[in-house]
Write a protein that binds this ligand. Structure first.
Ligand SMILES: [Zn+2]
Ligand SMILES: [Zn+2]
Length: 261
């Protein structure tokens, strides 16, 4: 399975690289056609890459995970007869209808799709613990602990499975699920704040490197561990603290780099 954290920013930056390592927004592409979250995918400079996306799973309604959805739908319009398939919980659907596609923030693409001759999107309701199969890949939402209703995902192609939790405080459910997967190859887990902002991590229900290490301590087996959702202005500090925490098999996930798992 090929996974890639879609870059948030293009251009040379203080953090280096042509795409920049700073991550403000979250989208994780699975293969070519599936995306977890739509924070940055609709801002990608490669329109052919955007047009290959057919399925978007939304973890929650926060804007760093939904910001580029309107642009993605614009950019993919007309490519597929049903538009982009959007998979979302009841709470996220309410947020999209009331806060994003409300004709003020952006045209109501949901109503236009439901009433018009050519949809920009097709909505699919998802619920925690109920798997969905798309393009031969099984994706199961798992409830996590964040300030709004949020799910992580298990993504399983039959040979490899990964667990993804980009926004969560400490959880037990996630690790109970992960520990029951015999072919778990990777865990993508957030490490949002440095220890000096642990009060903010607690309030916002995110992890610091110490909490990241504690969460990984609940995990059996030896999957590769990808840290992501590092606040850009604290990236170096978070990485240093993760290294000091002594987590084995740790990879700091780089935006724009495809990984095979
Ligand atoms: Zn969030
Ligand atoms: Zn987030």
């Amino acid at each position: 399975m090929r996974i890639e954290l879609i870059p948030s920013a293009v251009g040379s930056t203080a953090l280096g690289g042509s795409t920049g390592l700073a991550q403000f927004l979250t989208s994780i592409r699975i293969g070519d056609s599936i995306c977890l979250d739509a924070g940055s995918i609709g801002y990608h400079a490669d329109l052919d890459l955007q047009r290959s996306v057919r399925h978007v799973f939304l973890s929650h309604s926060h804007i760093d995970h939904t910001a580029s959805l309107p642009m993605l739908l614009d950019n993919v319009f007309g490519v597929h007869p049903e538009g982009v398939h959007i998979y979302l919980t009841k709470e996220v659907e309410t947020a999209l209808r009331e806060d994003l596609f409300n004709d003020r923030t952006w045209p109501d693409f949901i109503r236009i799709s439901e009433e018009g001759p050519q949809p920009l999107l097709t909505l699919h309701r998802i619920e925690p613990d109920l798997p969905v199969v798309v393009e031969g890949i099984t994706i199961t939402p798992i409830s996590v602990d964040h300030v709004v209703p949020t799910v992580g995902f298990v993504v399983d192609d039959g040979n490899s499975a990964i667990v993804v939790a980009t926004d969560t405080g400490p959880s037990q459910t996630l690790w109970d699920v992960a520990n029951a997967i015999p072919h778990l190859k990777a865990v993508l887990l957030e490490a949002s704040f440095p220890e000096e902002l642990s009060w903010l991590a607690d309030v916002a229900k995110h992890l610091t490197p110490r909490l990241f290490a504690e969460e990984i301590g609940k995990l059996a087996g030896d999957p590769t561990l990808f840290a992501l959702h590092l606040k850009a202005t604290h990236r170096d500090e978070i990485i240093a603290e993760l290294e000091r925490a002594g987590v084995d098999r740790l990879v700091i996930m780089e935006p724009g780099t495809p990984y095979e798992v």
